[in-house]
Ligand binder design. Sequence first.
Ligand SMILES: *Cc1c(COP(=O)(O)O)cnc(C)c1O
Length: 365
Amino acid sequence: MKVNFIDLKKQYSKYKEDIDNAVLKVLSSGAYINGPEISKLEGELAKYCNVPHAIAVSSGTDALLLSLMAYEIEPGDEIITVPFTFYATVEVIIWLNARPVFVDIDERTYNLDPSLLEKAITEKTRGIIAVDLYGQCADYDKINEIAAKHNLFVIEDAAQSFGATYKGRRACSLTETAATSFYPAKPFGCYGDGGMLFTHSDKVAERVKQLKDHGQIGGYQHKYVGINGRLDTIQAAILLEKFKHFEKEVELRQVKAEYYNKSLADLTTVPYIEEHNKSVYAQYSIRVDDRENFRNYMNEQQVPTAIHYPKPLHKQEALLYLGYEEGEFPVSEAISKEIISLPMHPHMTAEEQGIVINAIKSFKG
Ligand SMILES: *Cc1c(COP(=O)(O)O)cnc(C)c1O
């Protein structure tokens, strides 16, 4: 039996009839852009996250970009973020000619280490993008407190954490503005690209609605330079069907993670989830010191693995101009050498998990 890393086809087969009908309904409606499914999805997700505004956009990357645009980032502004995340978090900062300033991560949660934050703040700092890596929220009470003291905005990059909670509050509600992604492999994925921007601010919401539609404030009245950042109606229709099963899937992810934890804790470093957090396990990532051998062995056992992420961002070719040096972010550098993600999805069977667990046991054996 072959184990899949993320089994999107299996998930689709479970909800196929409803999803097919929803897509066909959009196809015959003709409302391919801004159809009624868009505002319905926005309403449902705003309510779920307990945030007044949810705005559907074309990707998680665009949700981040539009957030920064709404805060009127200017060339030379500094935005603090982490070097251990998906590249898009940083790319959007550079698109706006602002400067990413990195702060290292906590070695247990792999999220921004708030104790390092204050040292990175200068008079050019405008805001912070904190990332909820692998589906676990960063420590927003601490981050928001420091940000408020220095009058900085905070954006939550919740691309991996939709559905997670922090002290009982949902991801996407933990800062003034948040961005999530519906990329197919994310915990709440559509069947193409998509994203959602959440905000508590009426001002940010109004601006983002204009910016995502070419900066229009009315028909062909362009007040700003915006982008085409809309979500397709078909994707919203798919998400509305999948949302009916989402809470159940979040719970299934807990069950799968607990089974891995129980079976692997003695063999390797399993994910550390803070007591006040509930992760959605966008990835279930462990640490191994001989990763290359481990990965090859798992391959031979037909167990797919993935590395998120093999190189911290300050060492990426495109970002060398920032001038950071080896050793400046020791935690990110160390984790990037050891981290490896195991197959994880809500519809994994115990038998499939058993194959993964046994392969790890025999490697360690
Ligand atoms: C996936 C991801 C993004 C980008 O989302 P897209 O929808 O693929 O554009 C941004 N940040 C993080 C942390 C991600 O994992």
